[in-house]
Design a protein around this ligand. Structure first.
Ligand code: SAM
Length: 333
């Protein structure tokens, strides 16, 4: 491929897309209320899911276009067979400066050493509550102690940073915001409060959304939040730290402030679609051309197409109905 600016993914809003999130499976061992409806959602047939070697080829093409940050997610990535070998392959791609994993933590402890050996240093773990019974109600599985133990073991094994993702929900965990934020005073964890996004079907009751300004105000009882300087690879999170705290607080104001201006992401779904925006169903098919034997240049053209179609903003203002039909677990949160 010739060098030159044409070979970077820069969209119409001058955002440089250098971050690829990959959902490697739509399977999950939890059934979180905000992620799944009551009824069974059909799962992708085995042959519909991209094989690891197909994902690696797509990633190599993306890397040639300036992708340097990759997050592996799902579904639950640690339930897919062969994930550690796949992560090790990704880590061997020298242009990937930042390789991370998002997991619910249920199977994390048994894989910590292998993850380190594979080259994954940064993990995000979902933790919406510190109450075991509530955890069971939110996720459908009695696994709080397992996850908390895994978080502590990851900390002891030297993973840094450990980011804890909290989806903030009125009537579900809004009474725990302070307890969750306090973790950043006790550990070097980054506690990140995420506004609930209406993606796909869920079991969340319709209530007024819990938005970042209110979260900030409620956790303010713990001290003054000082902004943390943004790093070059930072995404849309707004980073803060309580004065003197070892950890950080992050806010992902998906709905209240929108985070589009800072968005540097593309998403590869488990079924091989390239999505320029989490909150829009527009996607470009990579799997079809790939399986029909297309060239790398043709795959690159699909990356450029997705970049051209990245919306400047999402349109899910507070109170508007959901427009995103695809489930979060196959897009990759
Ligand atoms: N299974 C992994 C996990 O639980 O972290 C990775 C997949 S999960 C879809 C990725 C992240 O998306 C989790 O932190 C989860 O809390 C978040 N998430 C899922 N549905 C969401 C929603 N509707 N709004 C905001 N965040 C959501």
């Amino acid at each position: 491929m010739e060098p030159g600016p044409r070979h970077e993914l820069i969209d119409a809003c001058n955002r440089r897309l250098n971050y690829l999130r990959i959902s490697i499976t739509d399977r999950c061992n939890l059934r979180c209320a905000y992620c799944l409806p009551c009824e069974d959602v059909p799962r992708l047939a085995h042959e519909e899911v991209l094989r690891y070697e197909e994902i690696l080829r797509i990633v190599r093409v993306g890397v040639g276009l300036g992708i340097s940050k990759v997050r592996v997610t799902g579904g639950e990535p640690l339930v897919r067979k062969g994930v550690l070998g796949f992560l090790a392959e990704l880590a061997r791609i020298p242009e990937i400066m930042d390789l991370s994993l998002t997991t619910n933590g249920v199977r994390l402890k048994e894989h910590l050493q292998a993850l380190q050996a594979a080259g994954v240093a940064r993990i995000n773990i979902s933790l919406d509550t510190l109450q075991p019974e509530r955890y069971r109600r939110i996720t459908g599985v009695d696994a709080f102690d397992t996850v908390w133990e895994a978080i502590r073991a990851a900390h002891a094994s030297g993973f840094r940073p450990i980011k804890l993702n909290v989806v903030a929900l009125n009537g579900v965990n809004d009474d725990e915001l302070v307890d969750l934020a306090r973790l950043s005073l006790e550990y070097p964890f980054h506690v990140r409060f995420i506004e609930f996004m209406p993606i796909g079907a869920s079991r969340i009751e319709k209530r007024p959304p819990l938005l970042v300004p209110e979260i900030q105000q409620r956790i303010g009882v713990l001290g003054r939040l000082v902004p943390v300087e943004r790093a070059e690879m930072d995404g849309p999170a707004h980073r803060y730290r309580f004065e003197g705290a070892p950890g950080e607080i992050g806010f992902i104001p998906a709905i209240s402030h929108q985070f589009c201006r800072r968005c540097n992401r593309l998403r590869l779904t488990a079924s091989g679609q390239l999505r320029p925006c989490l909150l829009s169903d527009r996607q470009e098919d990579l799997k079809g051309p790939l399986r029909r034997g297309c060239s790398d240049a043709e795959l690159a053209e699909i990356f450029f197409n997705a970049t051209r179609h990245k919306p400047s903003d999402h349109n899910l203002a507070v109170g508007e109905p959901a427009h995103v039909c695809c489930q979060m677990r196959s897009i990759g949160g």
